[in-house]
Design a protein around this ligand. Structure first.
Ligand code: NDP
Length: 318
């Protein structure tokens, strides 16, 4: 089934980038249609307090920030739908987007699909995912009250998750594969000062070990290997959290627009243009350097202005 309407702009994604693009294209009277995707509000809906978004002196909870961003965009006419785009066709204009069995047409598209947490790829990791293994401390930390927790990773995500998890767990061990940490100094120091956190370096998770009790599985140990000495230990633990970074959500754009080898969308250095005129990209789907809510929002604003100018230019020539 296909719609006959050709939308001015369709925005794919609803994190800070997508919703800022919706706000700006809404205020430009372009009546944006927003497909919010699998995780409406994006990654900030699975964080707790956001302390570094300008304008909130005392911080704001991630889900609340996204909620007000959506309402602000809707106030200017953005049509936000909780739907998932499963296929795109950018080979000719109007562009085609397949959404849950229906085809939508658009003169311009803003991609703001963000990124998702990376996994290690161990079979036992997927076996125990949701049964002691998690990639989201704010979603699942509550289930590990007074229990032992391991966080894998050495970046800011790992530090942040570990700090947060000390609110619940009795002890939190950060397991990092190298000696040097990628995390910013302030986040690393915060973790080092926390009496509930222990940092273990040069160590990798080899296997998640658990038991099945009736229909329920639970984690009991983490098989850890010191990469320098080769020593393997079975660490008693109930919760294992992955904090090893993110992967851009760009699979549906493969073969449609140019992507980096890492999957991030290639955009112009001076604006949000992709290699297809009329298709713009913003936020974490195209940014592997900054990956902040405020930079995502900023690039969402840029994409909206770029789309507006593009639409004006095609109207002039039609
Ligand atoms: P990073 O890429 O910065 O760090 C990922 C960490 O996971 C690295 O230490 C990396 O190890 C480790 N890692 C990756 N793959 C594996 C693997 N297969 N096995 C074991 N370890 C692995 O990602 P983050 O998500 O931590 O941070 C991304 C960006 O977001 C950064 O710019 C960060 O500053 C920002 N951020 C900011 C926050 C804040 O300000 N509140 C909170 C969270 C993130 P290695 O170092 O060896 O590569």
């Amino acid at each position: 089934m296909s719609e006959h309407i050709v939308h001015n702009v369709i925005i794919i994604g609803s994190g800070p980038a997508g919703l800022t693009a919706a706000l700006y294209t809404g205020r430009a009277n372009l009546k944006p249609l927003v497909f919010e995707g699998m995780q409406p509000g994006g990654q900030l809906t699975i964080t707790t307090e956001v302390e570094n978004y300008p304008g909130f002196e005392h911080g704001i909870m991630g889900p609340e920030l996204m909620d007000v961003m959506r309402k602000q965009a809707q106030r200017f006419g953005a049509d936000c739908q909780f739907k998932f785009v499963d296929k795109v066709d950018f080979s000719s204009s109007p562009f085609k987007l397949h959404v849950e069995g229906k085809e939508y047409l658009a003169k311009s598209v803003i991609i703001a699909t963000g990124a998702s947490a990376k996994l290690l790829g161990l079979p036992s990791e997927s076996e125990y995912m949701g049964f002691g293994v998690s990639a989201c401390a704010t979603c699942d930390g509550f289930f590990f009250k007074d229990q032992r927790i391991i966080v894998i990773g050495g970046g800011d995500t790992a530090m942040e998750e570990a700090n947060y998890l000390t609110k619940f767990g009795k002890e939190v061990m950060i397991v990092h594969r190298r000696e040097e940490f990628r995390a910013s100094k302030i986040m690393l120091e915060r973790a080092m000062k926390n009496p509930k956190i222990k940092l273990v370096t040069d160590t990798v998770l080899e296997e998640v070990i658990g038991v099945t009790e009736g229909s329920k599985k639970k984690v009991t140990h983490a098989k850890l290997k010191n990469v320098k000495t080769g020593e393997v230990t079975d660490q008693e633990v109930e919760g294992i959290f992955l904090g090893i970074g993110h992967k851009p959500n760009t699979d549906i754009f493969k073969g449609q627009i140019e992507l980096e080898d890492t999957g991030y969308i290639k955009t112009s250095k001076v604006n949000t243009n992709t290699n297809i005129p009329g298709v713009f990209a913003c936020g974490d789907a195209q940014d592997h350097v900054y990956r902040q809510a405020i930079t995502a929002a900023g690039s969402g604003c840029m994409a909206a202005i770029d789309a507006e100018r593009y639409l004006e230019s095609i109207e002039e020539h039609s």
